[in-house]
Design a protein around this ligand. Structure first.
Ligand code: BG6
Length: 474
C-alpha cells in the first residue's frame, strides 16, 4: 500500500545564493571567502552558477508548474553590505525585493536564509565565526533585513553551523582550510549558536509576526558493531556533528554528557575546551523557547568504529566512488556496512536515518514546535543528450527511487508522531557545489551550464504528482 503525507504538508525546493545566483561581480556585490579560495584553487568558478540572478523568474515559473509551494533562497549578505557592514548597496536590496515579488507572483512562499556559507571577505579575514566583529555585524545585518523585507515571513538564521565549522577547521574543505583544529571547530559552533540566539531574540522583540528557525546538517550516526568501543565512537561522532548543536539551539543548554564527550575529543587532541559564559547561555536558553522551527538537512548516515591512529581525511570531490576516507583521532573511523549502497560521492543511501533523526528531535527536544526537512536529495552525474531539443526530458530514475524511499521514511516519522510540516528538495535546479563544482547535479530541473538553458527531469513530474496527491507511489 502506498504511504501518504498530510494534506497540509508543504512541498518545496532549496537553493543558496552563491550556488545559484552567479553574477558575483555584478551590481556592487562584495567579495566573500570563496572568491579568493576558488580563484587560487582554479578548479571551477562560481560564475555563472545557475544564473539565478537573471533567471529567477524563469525558475520560479517552472517551480510553480511542477508543484513547488515553498522555496529556500538565501540572501547574499555581501550584495546588501558589500563590506559586511557600513555602506548599503541599493542594487542588491532591489534585487531581493524583485525576487520576493516574483515568489509572490508565483504563489511560492520564500524561506529566507541569512547566512549560507558566504561570509563577506573582510569578516572572514577578521576571523569569520571566531571573531566578535563577525557576530556583531551579522546581528546588525539580520536586523536590517527584518526591517527592509517585511514581505518575508519565514526566516532561517544560519545554514548548517556545524558543517561549516567542521569543513573550515577540521576537514579543511572550506576556507580557511585548516585541518584538525577541533578547538576552533567547537568555538565557531558555539559562536554561531550564540549569534543565532541573539537574532531569534531580536526578531521576536521586533514583533513582526513571522516565523524564525535554523537549519542543521544532521547525519544520523550508528555504531558499526555492538561493541562498547564502536558505540562510544558513534557517541563521540554524534556529539561532534549533531548533539552540541541540537542541545544549544533546541534545548537551550548543553547537557553535561554532551560537554563530557566534547571534552574527551579535545583532550585526545591536546586542545582546549571552547569558551562560553553563563550570560551567553541565558540568551541561548531564551531563544530556544522562542524558536518556531528547526530545519533538518539529511542526505546520508554514518557508521563509526573505534580507531586510535592519527587523523586522516580524504574528501571525494570528483565522484570517483570509494575514494573518501574519514579516520579521526579521538573520535573514530567511518565504515559503512557492506550492504548499504552509496552514491558516486560515497554518501550512503539510508532512508531509515531520516526517520531516526526526525524521531530523535521529536523525542529528545520537545521544545521545538515544528520541523521541516530543509535539504534532502541525491547528487548524480547527468548529461544532456547530444540530440536534445527544447522538449527533451532528462531521465533520472535513481533520483526518483531515492525520493520514494526518503519520502517513505518521512511519512513513517509523521505516523510515529514527528511534526514534520514540509520538505525542500536539494535542489530546485542544478547548482554550483562548493567542493564538487558542476558535475554533481541535484536539481529537479537540469541546467545546461554553458547555455544556462533549463530542461525538466522526470523526477520533476514525480514531484508534481506527489505535491498534488500527497500519495507516495511505490
Ligand atoms: C548542504 C549544503 O550541506 O549540502 C548545500 O547546505 C550543499 O549548500 C549540499 O550544496 C550538498 O552538498 P554537496 O557537497 O554535494 O554540494
Amino acid at each position: 500500500m502506498s504511504k501518504t503525507l498530510p494534506k497540509d504538508f508543504l512541498m518545496g525546493g532549496a537553493s543558496a545564493a552563491y550556488q545559484v545566483e552567479g553574477a558575483t561581480k555584478e551590481d556592487g556585490k562584495g567579495r566573500v571567502l570563496w572568491d579568493d579560495f576558488l580563484e587560487k584553487q582554479g578548479r571551477f568558478s562560481p560564475d555563472p552558477a545557475a544564473d539565478f540572478y537573471h533567471r529567477y523568474d524563469e525558475d520560479l515559473t517552472l517551480a510553480q508548474e511542477y508543484g513547488v509551494q515553498v522555496i529556500r533562497v538565501s540572501i547574499a549578505w555581501s550584495r546588501i553590505f558589500p563590506d559586511g557592514a557600513g555602506k548599503i548597496e541599493p542594487r542588491g536590496v532591489a534585487y531581493y525585493h524583485k525576487l520576493f515579488a516574483s515568489c509572490e507572483k508565483h504563489n511560492i512562499v520564500p524561506y529566507v536564509t541569512l547566512h549560507h556559507f558566504d561570509t563577506p571577505e573582510r569578516l572572514h579575514e577578521a576571523g569569520d565565526w571566531l571573531s566578535q566583529e563577525m557576530l556583531d555585524d551579522f546581528l546588525a545585518y539580520a536586523k536590517y533585513c527584518f526591517k527592509e523585507f517585511p514581505e518575508v515571513t519565514h526566516w532561517i538564521t544560519i545554514n548548517e553551523p556545524t558543517s561549516m565549522a567542521i569543513q573550515q577547521y577540521t576537514s579543511g574543505t572550506f576556507p580557511p582550510a585548516e585541518k584538525g583544529r577541533f578547538d576552533k571547530t567547537f568555538q565557531a559552533e558555539h559562536n554561531q549558536i550564540l549569534v543565532h540566539a541573539r537574532i531569534v531574540n531580536a526578531y521576536k522583540d521586533m514583533n513582526l509576526g513571522g516565523e524564525i528557525g535554523i537549519v542543521h546538517a544532521l547525519q544520523t550516526v550508528y555504531p558499526y558493531s555492538d561493541s562498547k568501543e564502536d558505540k562510544h565512537a558513534a557517541a563521540l561522532q554524534d556529539a561532534f556533528e549533531n548533539r552540541l548543536y541540537l542541545d544549544g539551539t533546541l534545548a537551550g543548554k548543553y547537557h553535561q554528557e554532551t560537554l563530557d564527550l566534547v571534552k574527551e575529543i579535545l583532550d585526545a587532541n591536546d586542545q582546549p575546551m571552547f569558551k562560553y559564559s553563563d550570560s551567553e547561555m541565558k540568551e541561548i536558553s531564551a531563544a530556544a523557547h522562542k524558536l518556531d522551527f528547526v530545519g533538518v538537512n539529511n542526505y546520508f548516515s554514518k557508521w563509526l568504529r573505534a580507531y586510535d591512529g592519527a587523523s586522516e581525511t580524504v574528501h571525494n570531490g570528483t565522484g570517483a566512488k570509494g575514494t573518501s576516507v574519514s579516520r579521526i583521532h579521538g573520535i573514530g573511523e567511518e565504515k559503512k556496512p557492506d550492504d548499504v549502497e552509496t552514491t558516486d560521492w560515497d554518501w550512503p543511501i539510508y532512508p531509515k536515518g531520516m526517520h531516526d533523526i526526525l524521531m530523535r528531535i521529536h523525542d529528545e527536544y520537545p521544545l521545538v514546535p515544528a520541523t521541516y526537512v530543509t535539504e534532502n536529495g541525491i547528487g548524480l552525474k547527468e548529461e544532456l543528450p547530444e540530440n536534445a531539443t527544447d522538449e527533451t526530458i532528462i531521465d533520472d530514475p535513481k533520483r526518483i527511487d531515492y525520493l520514494k524511499k526518503y519520502f517513505g521514511a518521512i511519512a513513517d516519522a509523521i505516523s510515529d508522531g514527528a511534526n514534520v510540516k514540509g520538505y525542500f528538495i536539494w535542489s530546485l535546479q542544478d547548482q554550483f557545489s562548493w567542493t564538487n563544482g558542476y558535475s554533481k547535479r541535484y536539481g529537479l530541473f537540469f541546467v545546461d551550464f554553458p547555455t544556462q538553458k533549463r530542461y525538466v527531469k522526470k523526477s520533476a513530474f514525480w514531484f508534481k504528482k506527489l505535491s498534488e496527491t500527497h500519495e507516495i507511489e511505490d
